[in-house]
Design a protein around this ligand. Structure first.
Ligand code: AKG
Ligand code: FE2
Length: 191
């Protein structure tokens, strides 16, 4: 399964690079080390009477994520102030843009805010394949989306590892107030 996702990711890297107006091999060169890519199998238990949060709203930190959900459904994407349910289908994969692409493109592409709702009375399974970058990778808005077009960078640069660790800490050591959770806006430059 990992090798299938990896093959698909290589195709998607090219498509996303071209959609951004970059050379088709841009992302594959940028992501020259695939050691941080990971496949996660997720098992959601049925919702309880007062809580149907499967996975709370978030953006994925890496480049992009390929999601496969079973026929139960529950994946939702936030758009125009609404939660849109993504209908499950055996033949459907969902690709979410992640924070790294948002930063590289200086917000031209937005990382998808999404969540998973737990089903009532049944279990749910999904798979997420995370296309990350290696920990030592420096992430900052590319000149093509800043100085070359007269735009100021919307983020300061950071090491992917640092951001990834902060995101892991959100889960392992959650802050008392939800507004203190670390998002990519942690690196925003306010002009
Ligand atoms: O289970 C799902 O459909 C979504 C999982 C997800 O968004 C994640 O693991 O980052
Ligand atoms: Fe996610």
């Amino acid at each position: 399964m990992i090798s299938q996702f990896t093959k698909l990711g290589v195709v998607l890297e090219g498509i996303i690079s071209e959609c951004l107006g970059l050379p088709p091999d841009f992302l594959s060169n940028y992501r020259n080390d695939r050691s941080r890519d990971s496949l996660m199998g997720l098992h959601y238990f049925p919702a309880t009477e007062d809580d149907n949060t499967g996975k709370p709203a978030h953006e994925d930190p890496g480049c992009f994520t390929i999601l496969y959900q079973d026929e139960i459904g529950g994946l939702q994407v936030h758009k125009d102030d609404q939660w849109i349910s993504i209908a499950p289908s055996k033949n459907k994969l969902v690709v979410n843009i992640g924070d790294v692409i948002q930063v590289l493109s200086n917000n031209k592409f937005k990382s998808a805010t999404h969540r998973a709702v737990s089903p009532s009375e049944t279990d749910r399974y999904s798979y997420a394949f995370f296309y990350n970058v290696q920990g030592a990778k420096w992430v900052e808005p590319l000149p093509q989306f800043t100085e070359e077009i007269g735009e100021s960078p919307k983020y300061r640069g950071f090491l992917f590892e640092e951001y990834h660790q902060l995101r892991i800490k959100n889960r392992s050591n959650p802050p008392d107030r939800p507004e203190d959770l670390i998002h990519i806006t942690h690196y925003s430059i306010s002009n």
